[in-house]
Design a protein. Structure first.
Length: 286
C-alpha cells in the first residue's frame, strides 16, 4: 500500500475511527484483499478483528437440516438461502454490537449485494440492527477499480482458479462469471436510470467505473458510504487474501440460527415464484 498513499490513508482512518466496516461491490473488485489489508492494520492498532463474510456464513445454512432442501444449482446459491442469510445477518450484527461495546473490537464485512446477497444491510428496517447500520461509525466502502485494474483482477481470478494459494480461492467467481455479473449490473443501472439506455445492449458495454460507482452509491443512499478509487495493483505474489496472519473471529450462525431463519423465509415466501420475484428485485427498495 506504500505505492498508493490515498488508499493507505483511507484504510488507516477506518482502522482508527470505525466500529463496523463493510466492503460493498461485485466480485472481482478487490474487496477481499482490502478486507485482508484493513484487518492487519486494525490488529496493529491493538484492536480485535471480527469478520462477516458471505462465503463463510452461507455454507452453514446450506448444510443444516432445512437448508438441504435448497441445494445450489450450477454453483448458484438458492434464493431461500440468500434471503435467510440476509435476515440472519441483521440479527447477528445487533447481537454483536451489544456484546462488543466500545472501540476495542472492529467488525469487517463483505457485502456483494448483487443477486440479493446481504442487500438487507443496505435497507432501512425497523429492528435492533438499524441503529447500528445507520450509525456514523458504521462505514460502507465501495472499492472502484479502474478499467486496467479490473482487467488485471479478472485475469488474476483465472490464474488463481488454476493454482490456488488457499482453499477458498477455488470458490471464487471465475472471469466469465465476473463478466456476467457486470452485464447484470448494467441492466440494474438502466432500470434505476443510472446508465444511458441508448448506449447499446448490456452485453456490449465494457466495465465502466462511473456506472459501477453510481449503482452502489444508490443502493447505499441510506448508509454512511464512501467510494474508494483503486488504480494501483497491491502486491499479491505468494499471498492469499483469505490467509489472515492475525487472530480473527468469524461471525457465523449456529445450526439453530440457520434453521430458524430458513423457516422464517419459508413462511414469508410460500411459493418459488415469490422467492424469485424478491431475488430478481434485489436492487429495489423494500
Amino acid at each position: 500500500m506504500g505505492e498508493d498513499p490515498p488508499l493507505l490513508a483511507a484504510l488507516d482512518a477506518l482502522a482508527r475511527e470505525a466500529r463496523l466496516v463493510f466492503f460493498a461491490g461485485l466480485p472481482g473488485t478487490g474487496k477481499s484483499l482490502l478486507i485482508h489489508q484493513l484487518a492487519h492494520l486494525v490488529h496493529a492498532r491493538g484492536r480485535r478483528v471480527h469478520l462477516l463474510q458471505w462465503d463463510v456464513a452461507r455454507p452453514l445454512f446450506e448444510e443444516c437440516g432445512p437448508g438441504r432442501r435448497y441445494p445450489q444449482e450450477r454453483g448458484i446459491t438458492h434464493g431461500v438461502i440468500r434471503l435467510a442469510v440476509g435476515r440472519w445477518a441483521r440479527a447477528a450484527l445487533a447481537r454483536w454490537h451489544a456484546e462488543h461495546p466500545g472501540l476495542e473490537d472492529l467488525l469487517i464485512g463483505e457485502t456483494p449485494f448483487v443477486g440479493h446477497r446481504l442487500i438487507e444491510l443496505a435497507r432501512p428496517w425497523p429492528d435492533e440492527a438499524e441503529s447500528v447500520l445507520s450509525a456514523e461509525w458504521t462505514r460502507f466502502v465501495i472499492p472502484v477499480p479502474s478499467r486496467a485494474l479490473r482487467a488485471h483482477l479478472e485475469a488474476e481470478r483465472g490464474r488463481r482458479a488454476e493454482a490456488p494459494l488457499h482453499s477458498r480461492e477455488r470458490e471464487d467467481a471465475l472471469p466469465e462469471v465476473l463478466r456476467d455479473l457486470w452485464r447484470q449490473l448494467v441492466a440494474v443501472a438502466r432500470a434505476l436510470g443510472l446508465a444511458d439506455p441508448a448506449a447499446g445492449p448490456d452485453d456490449d458495454i465494457p466495465y465502466d467505473p462511473a456506472i459501477y460507482q453510481r449503482v452502489y452509491e444508490r443502493l447505499l443512499a441510506r448508509r454512511h458510504a464512501q467510494a474508494l478509487p483503486l488504480h494501483t495493483r497491491l502486491p499479491t505474489e505468494g499471498l492469499s487474501a483469505y490467509d489472515f496472519r492475525i487472530p480473527t473471529a468469524d461471525l457465523v450462525p449456529t445450526e439453530e440460527d440457520a434453521a430458524r431463519f430458513i423457516g422464517e423465509i419459508e413462511a414469508a415466501y410460500p411459493d418459488p415464484e415469490a422467492v424469485a420475484r424478491e431475488i430478481d428485485g434485489w436492487y429495489a427498495p423494500p
